[in-house]
Design a protein around this ligand. Structure first.
Ligand code: NOJ
Length: 544
């Protein structure tokens, strides 16, 4: 709510296009990076699937929103067994998403608007249609074309049992048998065979792939499964079932092995060889903030996603602890922390926080808290609209491989991937002229960009105001610490340069002394007589 509020600093934030390309040093340390799930952002050719021309046409919206950079999910040639995270050719744009010329145009237009572009790189596995895997299948047991992957003989009298007890993240065994009796490893779907990073050709090829996109002008890479490329020698059994529940809580023989760091160090050297601060961002699941910090040591990657914050419940004490632990861990290696609430793999946070009006109130407050913290912030497309998870998708439209592998029990990731609404009416609410690959709820008309623009009570205008203030107060994203103030149970009160932030996680209002001049609030709130009734599930920013 900003209608009755004076801004902290008067005057407009500089238009993105006015920002000189390299004026900011270490731009990534405090950057707001907007995640575009390409299939679901904007459809330029009316086939019901989002594409690169669609994204390009909407870049002005992102610049105006206040993003510093855009992260594009994979748009490479792919059979789409896992939404493009199964790459058949890393240097080709899938016709579903456009052409290489479209990628080039997109990067140029983004740069003209002052937006940087980060693309996804998928090095842990290829598609089963990749030329290397086709060659591997055509080869014999022990043949050289099988050495780029993890092929092994099975156990049991006739090799009829998988080589070890590893389970796929998407459910079922992590091994599939080929007709000649060998088994190959796939930590995800069978259509995503894991590469063997001990093979020199794998390393050399990925160096070339990174250079290909850097030469085209991208500003960095989000590295998929950055924690999984190296497996423990001998591929030992784990001895437990339900291994998916162990991911991120302990080191596994296939995740967070120390050997991955040498690869990231070599990629850092490669990135540093290019002008303009190109970055690497690890999608890594590690058991502790301390182990996460290893990925962002000075000679490794620039950022790693902080999933500990994303996983935290709506609980003041827990949130404070995660914030402190996250900052302490990254500060120890001189890296910025990242903050993320939603992405294309998890239930949208409006719904995680309870859904409905309460979930939305909490989501709005959490976004303001996140944007008041030092470090870099990731915004997942549609969260600025307050979109909830779509929980009632019919089974016959679902495409997430984890839905099929786990018999619909877990990993329901389609509900956060529903194409976003741009207009209150029209075909697929402005997503495109040809419908949308997943059905959008009718209630999304009122959540569209068009419906929310200009409404000061809307979530979109709340994000716009918060992002503008964050840019006007550069100290907000910078620095390494927050100063916690005394606060009643269930309330967070923190001070940052020029700003105080109070969050009430309780379901009832809390009376507090006013710490400064109110500049932004997630719910209507008016200070009286030096006090403020902090509404339930709300956040307020104060100029101090
Ligand atoms: C993480 C990606 O975010 C997810 O969507 C994908 O399924 C897995 N990695 C496998 O590539």
């Amino acid at each position: 709510m900003t209608q009755e509020l004076a801004p902290v600093v008067h005057g407009e934030a500089p238009a993105a296009a006015d920002r000189p390309e390299d004026a900011q040093t270490d731009w990534w340390r405090s950057a707001v990076i907007y995640q575009v799930y390409v299939r679901s952002f904007a459809d330029g050719d009316g086939d019901g699937v989002g594409d690169l021309p669609g994204v390009r046409a909407r870049l002005p919206y992102l610049a105006e929103l206040g993003a510093d950079a855009v992260w594009l999910t994979p748009f490479y040639a792919s059979p789409q067994a896992d939404g493009g995270y199964d790459v058949a050719d890393y240097r080709t744009v899938d016709p579903l998403f456009g052409s290489l010329a479209d990628a080039d145009d997109l990067v140029r237009t983004a740069h003209e608007l002052g937006l940087r572009v980060i693309v996804d790189i998928v090095p842990n596995h290829t598609s089963d249609r990749h030329a290397w895997f086709r060659a591997a299948l055509a080869d014999r047991h022990g043949g050289p074309d099988r050495e780029r992957y993890h092929f092994r003989p099975g156990k049991g009298v006739n090799g009829e049992l998988p080589p070890n007890d590893w389970e796929s993240v998407f459910g079922g065994p992590a091994w599939t048998r080929v007709p000649d009796g060998d088994w190959y490893l796939h930590l995800f779907a069978p259509e995503q065979p894991d590469l063997d990073w001990d093979h020199p050709e794998v390393r050399e090829e990925f160096d070339r792939i990174l250079r290909f996109w850097l030469d085209l002008g991208v500003d960095g890479f989000r590295i998929d499964v950055a924690h999984g490329m190296v497996k423990a020698p001998g591929l030992p059994d784990i001895g437990h079932q339900e291994q998916v529940t162990m991911i991120g809580s302990q080191v596994l023989p296939f995740f967070d092995q120390d050997g991955v760091h040498e690869i990231h160090r070599s990629w850092r050297r490669l990135l540093d060889g290019y002008p303009g601060q190109r970055i690497g961002v690890a999608e890594a699941w590690a058991p502790t903030p301390e182990r996460m910090a290893l990925y962002v040591r000075p000679d490794e990657l620039h950022q790693a996603f902080n999933f500990h914050f994303l996983r935290c419940d709506w609980d003041a004490a827990a949130m404070r602890a995660v914030i402190d632990e996250s900052l302490a861990a990254t500060v120890s290696v001189g890296a910025p922390t990242t903050w993320v609430l939603s992405n294309h793999d998890v239930v949208r946070h409006v719904t995680r926080y309870g859904g409905g009006a309460t979930g939305l109130r909490r989501a709005r407050a959490a976004a303001m808290l996140m944007l008041a913290l030092p470090g870099s912030v990731y915004v997942y497309q549609g969260e600025e609209l307050g979109l909830p998870e779509v929980t009632d998708l019919p089974d016959d439209v679902r495409q997430d491989p984890s839905f099929f592998r786990a018999n619909g029990q877990d990993g329901l990731r389609d509900g956060c991937r529903v194409p976003i609404p741009w207009t209150a009416g029209g075909s697929s609410y402005g997503f495109g002229s040809g419908g949308s690959w997943l059905p959008q709820p009718a209630s999304w008309a009122g959540l569209s960009v068009e419906a929310q623009t200009g409404d000061p009570a809307s979530t979109l205008e709340l994000y716009r105001a918060a992002l503008r203030l964050r840019r006007e107060l550069p100290g907000l994203g910078a620095g390494e610490s927050v100063h916690w103030q005394d606060a009643p149970e269930g309330v967070l009160a923190l001070a940052r340069p020029g700003l105080a932030c109070t969050v009430n996680t309780r379901s009832t209002p809390v009376e507090l002394p006013v710490p400064g001049r109110l500049v932004l609030s997630s719910e209507p709130a008016t200070p009286t007589g030096g006090n403020i009734r902090l509404p339930a599930h709300s956040c307020i920013w104060w100029a101090i």
